[in-house]
Every structure is written in structure tokens, then in C-alpha cells.
Design a protein around this ligand. Structure first.
Ligand SMILES: O=c1ccn([C@@H]2O[C@H](COP(=O)(O)OP(=O)(O)O[C@H]3O[C@H](CO)[C@H](O)[C@H](O)[C@H]3O)[C@@H](O)[C@H]2O)c(=O)[nH]1
Length: 153
């Protein structure tokens, strides 16, 4: 993928998302973040700008939006032709997901389906999906690697 390409980072204000955005900008990509600030704030986006400096910050756009709301995605994809999406916008607390599955269903499943549908409509075919180490349950050894067997999740 050439570095002048445009990448949409969902959940880009989160922990892993913000670090990924910094690296993408340093590598010359144009980055657009969509985040609903469920577990982050504008401070993270400001920090990204501070770390990469004013020149590379010109290649960064931020949208306060929610993947559960397809219109938010439609607006973004109508404005910009994205080459790829890196999908970090998710909830990840196992205990909370058991206590409140509906919230996790809406955020993680409905949000991701909306994202896939809008990507397909706009012919964006590259997606990096960030899963969770929790899919391996309690692994026998650490660190987890991708070919570990899935456990209850
Ligand atoms: O529906 C949602 C849910 C969350 N978020 C945002 O997504 C980001 C998630 O980042 P966190 O800091 O909460 O979580 P991490 O970066 O640690 O999570 C990362 O690790 C997780 C696994 O532990 C998942 O892989 C997840 O996709 C990935 O972002 C936050 O900014 C949050 O506001 C949204 O925009 N929409």
C-alpha cells in the first residue's frame, strides 16, 4: 500500500488506535479517525497532533461519530475515498460484556456490520480487524500468538 493513501481508523482515539495513527502519519498516510469517545476524549487526538507535529497533523482528520449510526459512516465515505479501514472501535471488558451483552452486541456487532456495509457500498475492500487476546481464554503460555486455539469467548 502506498503511503499517500487514505486510511480510516475507527476507535483511533483509543489506546491502540492512537498509537497506530501516530505511526501511520509518520509513514506518510492520510488518516481519518472516527470515534464516539466512549472510552477516550479529544485529549488523545490532541496528543497525536502534538507527537507528530503541525506538518503531519495536516494529514489527520477527526470525526466524532458512532458506528451504530450508519449516517455518520455514510457522510465520511461520501466525502473521502478510503483505501483501507483499520477497525479498533469496540468495547472489550469481558465482565461487562457478560453483565450487559446488549450493549456489546450493539457496539461491536451492529457497528461492525454497518461499517462493512458502507465499505462495500463505496467499494472499499481493505479492512484490518483488531480482535482481542481474550478470544484465547486463559492461554497456557504467554504471549499469545494468532494460531493458539480459541477458547470460550
Ligand atoms: O462503539 C464504539 C466503541 C468504542 N469506541 C472507541 O474505540 C476506542 C477503543 O479503544 P480503547 O482504548 O478502549 O481500547 P484499546 O485500544 O485498548 O482496545 C484495543 O484492544 C482491544 C482488545 O483488547 C480491541 O482489539 C480494540 O479493537 C482495540 O482498540 C475508544 O477510543 C472508544 O471511544 C468507538 O468509537 N465506538
Amino acid at each position: 500500500m502506498s503511503s499517500s493513501q487514505k486510511i480510516l481508523v475507527t476507535g483511533g482515539a483509543g489506546f491502540i488506535g492512537a498509537h497506530t495513527v501516530v505511526q501511520l502519519l509518520k509513514d506518510g498516510f492520510h488518516v481519518s479517525i472516527i470515534d464516539n469517545f466512549d472510552n477516550s476524549s479529544m485529549k488523545a487526538v490532541d496528543c497525536v497532533r502534538e507527537v507528530v507535529g503541525s506538518k503531519l497533523s495536516q494529514n489527520l482528520e477527526f470525526t466524532l461519530g458512532d458506528l451504530r449510526n450508519k449516517d455518520d459512516l455514510e457522510k465520511l465515505f461520501s466525502k473521502t475515498k478510503f483505501d483501507a479501514v483499520i477497525h479498533f472501535a469496540g468495547l472489550k471488558a469481558v465482565g461487562e460484556s457478560v453483565a450487559n451483552p446488549r450493549r456489546y452486541f450493539d457496539n461491536n456487532l451492529v457497528g461492525t456490520i454497518n461499517l462493512y456495509e458502507v465499505m462495500a457500498k463505496h467499494n472499499c475492500k481493505n479492512m484490518v480487524f483488531s480482535s482481542s487476546a481474550t478470544v484465547y481464554g486463559q492461554p497456557e503460555k504467554m504471549p499469545c500468538v494468532e494460531n493458539f486455539k480459541y477458547s470460550e469467548s
